[in-house]
Design a protein around this ligand. Structure first.
Ligand code: MF3
Ligand code: CO
Length: 258
């Protein structure tokens, strides 16, 4: 069942999403050679709690495993679910994906972005830009009467036009009173369910795009997903409401209504 949210509920989800957006922006400013991913995680948790919310990922269970941190920090060939550590230090030229969710008053927000550390290669820069553009192309399709597959197709078409691979093993999702709700939102055209978009649906759109193959594998730690060819991967995510006036990006900075 895909839940349609009332205006009051969307206001609550937006409040959670604004904490996500502000925290991601502040974390991006801290990203520099020499900072550890564990330090980024400590700030994320501290700022989340100061804002009256709780981390959504910490304690989240996937396949019997409990996620131990507030942030997912995925560097270079890491696609998603990189675990922060005080021993993992960012270096000049890395690209780093920050993925982060909170829950406040029972409603969730989820967002992600990828930034370069210091001076990055042209290859890295282009991958980040195209992944960000693919997210925008997908969000543009979040209109009443369109279908989920319209979103998937827009994302896939843009990424593949640049020769990139679109990850299949992880997908976007509905969001609201749980972090992951129906429907799934693949970033590629897949068979199966293809629901029509309706006013009040709230969806987390999150393309994961790879410089080479879209195939991923999970490391020994049970969490970190990496590209099989160990080439770079980038990830962006917004939580978005489908409204009568088109998509409203809830995790954009400064969209909080009074
Ligand atoms: N950030 C992922 C998503 O956007 C979920 C993280 S899974 C967790 O759907 F276990 F790390 F929480
Ligand atoms: Co998500």
């Amino acid at each position: 069942m895909i839940v349609r949210r009332s205006q009051g509920e969307i206001d609550l989800i937006r409040s959670a999403c604004q904490i996500v957006a502000e925290t991601l922006a502040r974390l991006s400013e801290l990203v520099r050679p020499g900072i550890s991913t564990g330090e980024l995680d400590r700030y994320a948790e501290q700022w989340t709690r100061e804002s009256g919310a709780e981390p959504a990922f910490k304690g989240y269970v996937v396949g019997g495993r409990v996620y131990p941190a507030t942030l997912c920090v995925s560097i270079n060939e890491e696609v998603v679910h990189g675990m922060p550590s005080p021993r993992r230090v960012l270096a000049d030229g890395d690209i780093v994906g920050l993925d982060f969710g909170v829950v406040r008053k029972g409603y969730y927000g989820d967002g992600a972005l990828t930034v370069g550390v210091g001076q990055t290669s042209r290859e890295a820069h282009d991958l980040i830009r195209v992944t960000r553009e693919a997210l925008d192309r997908g969000i543009e399709k979040l209109r009443v009467g369109n279908r989920i597959r319209d979103v998937s197709e827009a994302i896939q078409t843009h990424a593949e036009a640049h020769g990139y691979g679109v990850v299949r093993d992880f997908v976007g999702h509905g969001i609201g009173q749980r972090l992951h709700e129906e429907p799934q939102v693949p970033n590629y055209v897949s068979r199966g369910q293809n629901p029509r978009l309706k006013e009040g649906m709230v969806l987390a759109i999150e393309p994961m795009v790879c410089a080479g193959t879209y195939e991923v594998e999970v490391l020994e730690d049970g969490w970190t997903a990496v590209t099989k060819d160990r080439r770079l991967s980038a990830h962006f995510e917004h939580s978005v409401a489908v409204t009568a006036n088109g998509p409203e990006i809830l995790t954009s900075l400064g969209t909080e209504h009074p």
